[in-house]
Design a protein around this ligand. Structure first.
Ligand code: FES
Length: 530
């Protein structure tokens, strides 16, 4: 597949993307979320960008990439900047950092920086923010090193049964954040001493481990949080590498299994003020759901597991260089989009969803997720595709990239991998179904879906719908909002008003415990099917 380099201004972010992709996809890949009010139909013109050097304005959702190009994105076309950094007067009104008090105590600080932190069960994302204008100066992410003690919150809770073990998990996450702060500062050529404010979000378990709050009760019914409140801690009380005069703010949790990250997502997506029935799905190891219907706001969580983050998958990885991020059928074979335009080494969440959709479409796996036996596949598959059906450690598999194509180790998708995808998608779909049921909404009642999560904006909507990950709505109703938890943390970091709003939201959201619904097992089993 031919690739081109796209540079986004302001900021100079550069990515490489396949020929024929839209500028909207390219922006998503660069981590820039554009407004897509009409769902990419080319009608609303909310995603306008200008091509350089001509200055020609085009809708990003319609413009197909045919060459290397530099693109300028106005603030009015950006989804989050609209909320945080909308141009002119609104910018002045929105940036209200809480750290003004501390200006008086600090001798002539030359820079005033903040860090937004999203502690996910599997990944940790940090953003370095200039507190004077809200600009993001650098972003870094890493695997949550607590993963070695279990890849979901339940195993972390079980591990932290003693104070010593809880302290161990706390130290691990603090060390990880410190390491990420070092990387942020190197990237932006600034000093950690210039960081005066930190805003931390995460699910309730991650929040409690960060604060060294007891978590044992989160593992037993009724799964009560030790605290749902926001906290402000003096930086000199925590071994975090920021200015000791700084402040660390943790955001309000909603319930034992729906934490501050959902509060941040709800804030960033503005779901509470949505005029239409809106479902927000934050896909992570712990999938979080928020549903706005009328003037009510509900939230629930589902244990998706880390498959979409690349864990428990034979050749799975995060969205890193060499990871397959898209799979399509082309020229009687499959065609791959690999991050970094290099030989494939692994497959990440978006590639996984695409690959399963393609295998279903080709009849190589059936609706129960089983690989078809050779000779039972309906229709005539092209020989190049048939040659990819193989066996891996005694189980049926499909070679997405042969050893030759991958320049070494082949990248395969096995029967066990398909099962992991089924478990993850069934958890999310069963969660949304039960939440809808509770509120009395069918799929057609949902007017828009915001898909959040670190890899949210890379997923192909059609593939997500094909595997049954999402409610059955038209693709035009699905909008990607990227890592909305980190964006929400950024908003709360820079503005007292957003901080107040987050507090109101957390108290307004009604938690729905879906995993204990009587029909849960039946609905979950039904959702395992493709
Ligand atoms: S015109 Fe591009 S999203 Fe509406």
């Amino acid at each position: 597949m031919k690739h081109f380099n796209i540079t986004f201004e302001p900021g100079g972010r550069q990515i490489s993307i396949r020929e024929g992709a839209t500028l909207l996809e390219a922006a998503g890949k660069a981590g820039i979320i554009l407004n897509t009010v009409c769902g990419g139909k080319g009608i609303c013109k909310k995603c306008l960008v200008s091509l350089q050097p001509s200055g020609e304005q085009v809708p990003a959702c319609q413009y197909r990439i045919q060459n290397d190009i530099t693109v300028t994105i106005p603030a009015t076309s950006r989804f989050f900047e609209q909320r945080i950094l909308a141009s002119g007067i609104e910018t002045q009104a929105e940036i209200q950092p809480d750290i003004y008090k501390q200006y008086l105590e600090i001798a002539t600080p030359d820079k005033v920086l903040g860090v937004a932190v999203d502690i996910g069960t599997t990944t940790v994302v940090v953003k370095l923010i200039d507190m004077t204008n809200g600009q993001c100066l650098a972003t870094c992410a890493d695997i949550n090193p607590q993963s070695r003690f279990g890849d979901d919150v339940v195993s972390r809770i079980a591990y932290a049964a003693t104070d010593a073990k809880l302290a161990e998990l706390n130290k691990i996450i603090i060390d990880c954040i410190n390491e990420l702060i070092t990387r942020l500062c190197e990237q932006a050529s600034v000093e950690p001493k210039d960081i005066y404010e930190m805003c931390v979000v995460g699910n309730t378990t991650m929040n409690h481990i960060f604060l060294k709050f007891p978590i044992e009760q989160l593992g037993q019914a009724p799964y009560k949080a030790f605290s749902l409140d926001a906290n402000d801690l003096s930086a000199n009380k925590m071994p975090l590498h920021i200015n000791p005069a700084g402040n660390i703010h943790t955001v309000e949790n909603i319930a034992g299994f729906v934490g501050a990250d959902t509060t941040a997502v709800a804030l960033a997506t503005g779901v509470d003020s949505a005029e239409e029935t809106t479902l927000v799905i934050d896909i992570g190891t712990n999938g979080e759901l928020a549903l706005a219907a009328g003037d009510k706001l509900y939230a629930a969580s589902c244990a998706a597991g880390p498959a979409f983050e690349g864990a428990r998958i034979t050749c799975g990885s995060r969205a890193a260089e060499g990871a397959i991020e898209a799979v399509v059928v082309s020229n009687d074979d499959i065609d791959l989009d690999v991050i970094g335009a290099c030989p494939a080494r692994s497959i990440c969440g978006s590639g996984l969803i695409d690959a399963v959709a393609v295998l279903l479409e080709l009849g190589i796996i059936d609706s129960s997720g089983r690989f078809a036996r050779p000779g039972t596949i309906k229709g005539n598959l092209p020989p190049a595709i048939v040659s990819r059906i193989c066996e891996e450690q005694g189980q049926p598999a499909f070679a997405l990239a042969s050893a030759e194509e991958a320049g070494g180790q082949e990248v395969v998708l096995t029967q066990a991998d398909i099962r992991q995808v089924q478990l993850a998608k069934a958890a999310i779909r069963a969660g949304t179904k039960l939440l809808q049921k509770k509120v009395g909404l069918g799929d057609s009642d949902i007017k828009q879906i915001f898909l959040a999560g670190a890899f949210g904006n890379y997923i192909r909507k059609e593939s997500a719908l094909r595997i049954g990950l999402l409610p059955d709505v038209g693709p035009e109703r699905i909008h990607f909002v990227g890592n909305a938890a980190a964006s929400g943390a950024q908003m709360i970091l820079v503005s007292r008003r957003w901080r107040e709003l987050a507090k109101d939201l957390a108290r307004k959201i009604e938690y729905v415990e879906i995993a204990h619904e009587k029909q849960f097992s039946d609905v979950f089993a039904g959702c395992m099917l493709f």
